[in-house]
Write a protein that binds this ligand. Structure first.
Ligand code: ZN
Length: 418
């Protein structure tokens, strides 16, 4: 389904947008350095000087990953910039949307530390303090015909989700380079976000890994689709074949390391690349979803968080996104959570009674407390803890009688999508 009114917010006719015009401009800066950025805008070229002022990375404790330096992992980076004469704060963190600053929609792709600190899959090739990307105000993030990669998907029905830069709840120190969309295996169609040439295919025998299809669009963008079950991929979808935008590629699956093995967290991993380098995927995914689906608000309350029993977990709903004009009817999400056994190293399902959302205050911040009753279920000793995920399952939670409660209206956390 195409949601036409969103197109009015991004006043572009697809006919005159050239592929090169709609690609985000990617650039790196060191602290104190400035660059003139020129990008095409709806009314002509937009030029702005962008200066990087300061970078402050923050970590939080993690006793689960033995290789985490100092038992801590990166949580966020606060990036101060000056655009023209406007100072602004940008964030590198999970589920962060682009921010509008003086005519530019800006995104922090990564910081140097985040990209290169020892990890499973480092982001190589960064030589400056911060890598950023941008498009002009009023321009789409990528070609405007870009489709969300799953048909009949609904954001709030996503029970497993992870995003660009986030820590993956896995037994390795692993910051994610793509988007994970949870889905029941073999149920939902995976479609080509953009048409192009298949440059990698698991057909006919399977790739022995995560059954990875990769398609290169004429713009140079490449889109990768992982974890599909081989038998759902149409025969003939092999390297060199040309596919159209929206063409069915298969169904969401659960393949990992060869066999169907993602029993507890089946999902589609969707990655975006350019010139072989991964690009921040969340802005593309967010915008494609808003084009294809009618949701008035996408509730986001953070990402994965490792928490000790008894520890309050603060969920920040300020990254939720509302369509412009719809913010007054938005409710931020208070979500159910998943917990992961730290001892048995496998998903152990939803947090049960006693570990559910205990309090959810109105406004931007919600608080969830992992009750001590989780302790016996999820491990014992000083290393015991649980992973919680919040925000990808949305409940309209303004109803009376629920402990989990958010106010309707402005201030509930959702902000218009720039
Ligand atoms: Zn993934």
């Amino acid at each position: 389904m195409r949601f036409l009114s969103f197109r009015l917010l991004v006043p572009l006719g697809t006919a005159w947008v050239q592929h090169g015009d709609s690609l985000p401009r990617v650039f790196e800066l060191d602290i104190g350095q400035a660059k003139e950025i020129r990008v095409p805008g709806p009314g002509g070229e937009v030029r702005r000087g962008v200066r990087l002022l300061q970078v402050e990375e923050s970590r939080w404790p993690n006793w689960h990953l033995a290789e985490a330096p100092g038992h801590a992992v990166l949580r966020a980076a606060e990036v101060q910039v000056e655009v023209g004469s406007t100072r602004a704060t940008l964030w590198a963190r999970p589920f962060e949307p682009p921010r509008l600053v003086d005519g530019l929609r800006l995104y922090v792709e990564s910081t140097h530390t985040w990209a290169t600190t020892p990890q499973l899959d480092p982001l190589v090739g960064m030589t400056h303090h911060v890598k950023m990307s941008c498009v002009a105000e009023g321009m789409p993030w990528g070609p405007p015909e870009l489709r969300f990669p799953i048909a009949r998907f609904r954001w709030q029905a996503n029970t497993y989700g992870n995003t660009w830069g986030a820590l993956v709840p896995y037994n390795k120190l692993y910051y994610h380079r793509g988007e994970d969309f949870g889905a029941i295996p073999d149920e939902l169609e995976v479609v080509a976000s953009l048409g192009g040439t298949v440059i990698q295919s698991p057909l006919p025998e399977g790739d022995g890994d995560s059954n990875h299809l990769r398609i290169r669009h004429a713009s140079g963008l490449e889109f990768a689709y992982y974890h599909m079950n081989l038998e759902t991929i149409p025969a003939g979808l092999t390297e060199g074949v040309v596919v159209g935008t929206g063409q069915r590629l298969g169904r969401t699956g659960m393949t990992w390391d060869g066999p169907r093995s993602q029993v507890n967290d089946p999902h589609l991993h969707w990655g975006v690349f350019r010139d072989g380098q991964p690009l921040a995927s969340y802005p593309f995914a967010l915008e494609a979803y808003l084009r294809d689906y009618p949701d008035s608000v996408l509730a986001v309350a953070g990402g994965y968080h490792y928490a000790m029993p008894g520890e309050p977990v603060e969920l920040d709903a300020s990254r939720s996104v509302a369509r412009p004009g719809d913010a007054s009817s938005a409710t931020a999400g208070c979500s159910m959570m998943d917990a992961r056994s730290t001892r048995r190293r496998r998903w152990s399902g939803r947090i049960g009674p006693g570990c559910t959302a205990k309090s959810c205050v109105s406004g931007l911040m919600m608080e969830v407390r992992i009750a001590t009753t989780c302790n016996s279920a999820y491990g014992t000793g000083s290393g015991a803890g649980a992973w919680v995920q919040a925000g990808s399952t949305t409940h309209p939670c303004a109803g009376a009688g629920r402990e989990c409660r958010c106010a309707s209206g402005p201030g509930c956390g959702a902000r218009p999508h720039p």
